[in-house]
Design a protein around this ligand. Structure first.
Ligand code: 5GP
Length: 114
């Protein structure tokens, strides 16, 4: 599998504004933010889509979502509220084929998938 753009960020081959990192997870600001807070929380393991995740990834993906909630607290948006989104494949609007959770907040969000 070729390295995804996010794997290149993990390897520091391309720059990113990194917010958090540990042995399993990295988080960085989205290059094209849709809200005042728009952070991508990414497992370092390069899994293309959530369709490709399996039982052995359950702990890792749980860790990713818990990391998103910790970052929401760090950013001070946990009480006001925020959204965590995973896009999957074409109709889901996925453009980078390395699982990532969008942490979006800092403003009142609408509820329209379009
Ligand atoms: P998707 O559409 O796959 O759910 O989300 C991919 C996200 O990655 C998009 O919101 C897009 O703006 C972001 N993105 C794409 N390339 C880069 C990059 O090189 N750096 C950063 N920080 N974000 C990127």
């Amino acid at each position: 599998m070729n390295d995804s753009i996010f794997t290149k960020i993990i390897k520091r081959e391309i720059p990113a504004d990194i917010i958090y990192e540990d042995s399993d997870v990295i988080a960085f600001n989205d290059i094209s933010p849709k809200a005042p807070v728009h952070i991508l929380v990414v497992p370092k393991k390069q899994i293309p889509t959530i369709n490709d995740a399996n039982d052995e990834d359950a702990f890792l993906l749980g860790k990713v979502i818990l990391t998103a909630s910790k970052i929401a607290k760090m950013k001070g948006i946990d009480e006001r509220g925020y959204r965590v989104i995973v896009n999957c494949n074409q109709e889901g609007g996925q453009s980078v084929y390395h699982i990532h959770f969008h942490l979006i907040g800092g403003k009142q969000l609408g509820w329209s998938p379009d």
